[in-house]
Design a protein around this ligand. Structure first.
Ligand code: C5P
Length: 398
């Protein structure tokens, strides 16, 4: 999918630099040409020799490497590429990029390029969360820099949180999406995911057991096929995948507004477990026991049905609108009726009785309901269900 594409890979100085070697292999496997550039700090972690050997070309290190007339100049080097990838992108490299510094080969190439830049940040969680880093990231995003990760997880420094570099295959997927490969290239897909939280008072809310795992997997699978994904997510327990545009919301009303703002789209997939009701008399102050022994009375009002609203759009309706149906009995009958009631094209139905372990679990057994009928899929990991669904979507759009 990356045949003939030229990637200039800038390797920053972080412990994740070892993954850059694997990244070179994965990019090469897909037919890309990779020119590695190491910062001085990167050389403390990986050698230019290994990077160059894997890439099959010389790895560049210093500005002086380019002073030889026979060599490419730095302007040419940065413009001969189709995409610049920075992995790992350390806090220092991101700060240099945001500030427009050019005091070594890597930063000079990044300033001189007229091509898109994709960064895969990797740093300690405190450094990632530091306001200075967050400011730099906001600047870079506004400049059009693309991000792959970081992921959340255990870190080499012993801490846990966001800051782990995205895995090489996730970066490859982001590279493919950035270069417009894949059957869904040029398509915009909206995916809703996770539960919603409906406030009762400032400290309490009503929620459900959705983890957001199926929505996350779907967004990643669609991204991998080249789609531009807008991921509207409630407070899920799994982090969103890298390489997509994330809109974090809390309530159904916020989700509805975020979806409306993300339109138009070619496809809209509603994997979120949206609360049907919100508390009409939610309080601004914490509800306290008043000593009367009487519990407070909550009254409810209906939330907007986001799926039905988008499926029923007269103008600007996505070509394919997909809903999910979590059912505990008569799955196919209920989901078939729901497809018609909501006016969507497909319903992905699943049985969420506690005994199935599906809600919040790693696997899913779904039935795909279309105008043509019901199709039972075997029980599969949620990632695999997502890949099959994404492939089916690509096939349907043609
Ligand atoms: O009616 P029910 O909640 O079972 O429908 C499930 C489908 O409708 C899911 O795709 C869900 O994301 C979507 N939905 C929605 N807005 C709501 C309720 C459900 O988009 N308020």
């Amino acid at each position: 999918m990356l045949a003939g594409k030229r990637i200039l890979l800038i390797i920053g100085g972080g412990i994740a630099a070892y993954k850059a070697l694997e990244l070179i292999r994965r990019l090469k496997e897909r037919g890309a040409g990779v020119t590695p550039v190491l910062t001085r700090a990167a050389e403390e972690f990986v050698s230019p020799l290994s990077a160059g050997a894997l890439a099959g070309v010389r790895a560049y290190r210093h500005l002086f490497d380019l002073t030889d007339e026979a060599e490419m100049g730095h302007i040419e080097l940065s413009r001969a590429a189709d995409l610049l990838v920075v992995a790992p992108a350390t806090a220092d490299l991101l700060a240099k990029m945001a500030g427009g510094h050019a005091d070594d080969l890597a930063s000079t190439l990044l300033l001189a390029t007229d091509k898109r830049v994709l960064v895969a940040p990797a740093m300690n969680v405190r450094m990632w969360l530091h306001p200075a880093t967050q400011r730099n990231i906001a600047t870079l995003r506004a400049d059009g820099v693309l991000f792959a990760g970081p992921n959340e997880g255990d870190m080499a420094c012993g801490e846990f949180g966001p800051g782990r570099m995205a895995e090489p295959l996730e970066i490859v997927a982001a590279v493919e999406a950035a270069l417009g490969g894949g059957p869904l290239a040029g398509r915009h897909v909206i995916v809703t995911s996770g539960p919603t939280h409906e406030p009762i008072d400032p400290v309490r809310y009503i929620a459900n057991r959705s983890s957001g795992a199926q929505g996350r997997a779907l967004a990643a699978a669609l991204r991998d096929l080249g789609a531009r994904v807008t991921f509207v997510t409630g407070p899920a327990s799994v982090p969103p995948p890298p390489g997509i545009s994330v809109v974090a919301v809390e309530t159904a009303v916020e989700m509805d507004e975020a979806v409306a703002a993300a339109l138009p789209a070619d496809v809209a997939i509603f994997a979120a477990a949206v609360a049907d009701w919100r508390v009409a008399n939610a309080r601004d102050a914490k509800i306290k026991k008043d000593g009367s022994g009487k519990p407070p009375a909550l009254t409810f009002t209906e939330n907007p049905d986001i799926l039905a609203r988008v499926a029923g759009l007269k103008a600007g309706r996505p070509a394919l609108v997909v809903g999910f149906a979590a059912e505990t009995d008569d799955v196919v009958a209920h989901a078939t009726a729901k497809r018609l009631r909501k006016g969507c094209d497909w319903i992905v139905a699943n049985d969420v009785r506690p005994a199935t372990g599906i809600m919040g679990g790693a696997e899913n057994a779904v039935t795909l309901i279309t105008a043509g009928g019901a199709e039972d899929w075997p029980r599969l990991p949620k990632d695999e269900v997502a890949r099959r669904l994404a492939a089916r979507i690509a096939e349907t759009l043609g």
